[in-house]
Design a protein around this ligand. Structure first.
Ligand code: ATP
Ligand code: MG
Length: 215
């Protein structure tokens, strides 16, 4: 990532990581990342498109290069947003722990890592690889996505690792029910996706004929 070789900040570096399939990236992701950046005073948010997503391997997913390019187009105008190729360049499925370890091992300055994730994903964290180490290495920003309650998550966290409560923060963002699935379905039906994703992404989808066939 270009950014890795050009960063030069003295003192604390607060790094937000936002993992996802981004098939395609949409306003829900962008509003979430921007809100997290502001509320947690993050220096950067790095979007990390998944290579072969471990949790989605039986679905058809667009080529990593398409998802990487769409994500790059979407973050173009935000000086704090970057995209990493770390996961898409791996042949094997990668896990959040590997990505967090990668960014956490940066030196000069060593970053404080914040992992931004939707409430739907955070509910599954206990099934993630090395989740205890994950909670040690990073702070989680769990975003309240419409339709998901975090009550169950807090009950589970209370029961299994109560000392980790301070490592998981809730972030309420304006209700945005947009999902990539919703966008793909609309494209397949020939419906407009204007304003659901940045215009360059919309044009990219059109140019490459993505999502024309329902999965
Ligand atoms: P799909 O419909 O294919 O599952 P998605 O919209 O959920 O796609 P992902 O790439 O799976 O997008 O999501 C990446 C991260 O962004 C996840 O942590 C997810 O919970 C979060 N996220 C997705 N959409 C929203 C939204 N509208 N508001 C807040 N967070 C979101
Ligand atoms: Mg999802």
């Amino acid at each position: 990532m270009f950014f890795e070789t050009t960063r030069n900040k003295a003192g604390n570096l607060k790094l937000g990581l936002m993992g996802g399939t981004f098939d395609p990236i949409h306003v829900g992701h962008l509003v979430t990342a921007e809100e997290a950046r502001q509320q947690f005073d993050l220096d950067y948010v790095i979007f990390v498109p998944a290579g072969v997503p471990p949790h989605k391997d039986n679905e058809m997913i667009s080529l990593p290069e398409h998802r990487f390019l769409m994500t790059s187009l979407a973050v173009m105008s935000n000086p704090s947003f970057f995209v990493s190729r770390i996961e898409i360049e791996q042949k094997e499925p990668t896990f959040t722990i590997d990505t967090v370890r990668h960014f956490g091992s940066w030196k000069n300055p060593e970053p404080e890592v914040f992992f931004i994730t939707g409430a739907d994903a955070i509910l599954e964290i206990f099934s993630w690889k090395d989740y205890e180490e994950l909670l040690k290495l990073s702070t989680f920003i769990a975003v309240s996505r419409p339709g998901y309650s975090l009550d169950r998550f807090h009950e589970t966290l209370d029961r299994t690792c109560p000392d980790m409560q301070q490592k998981v923060h809730l972030l309420e963002i304006p209700a945005l029910a947009v999902s990539s699935t919703f966008i793909r379905e609309r494209v397949a039906l020939g419906k407009t996706i204007k304003y659901l994703t940045p215009e360059p992404v919309e044009q990219y989808i059109k140019k490459h004929g993505l999502y024309r066939v329902t999965r």
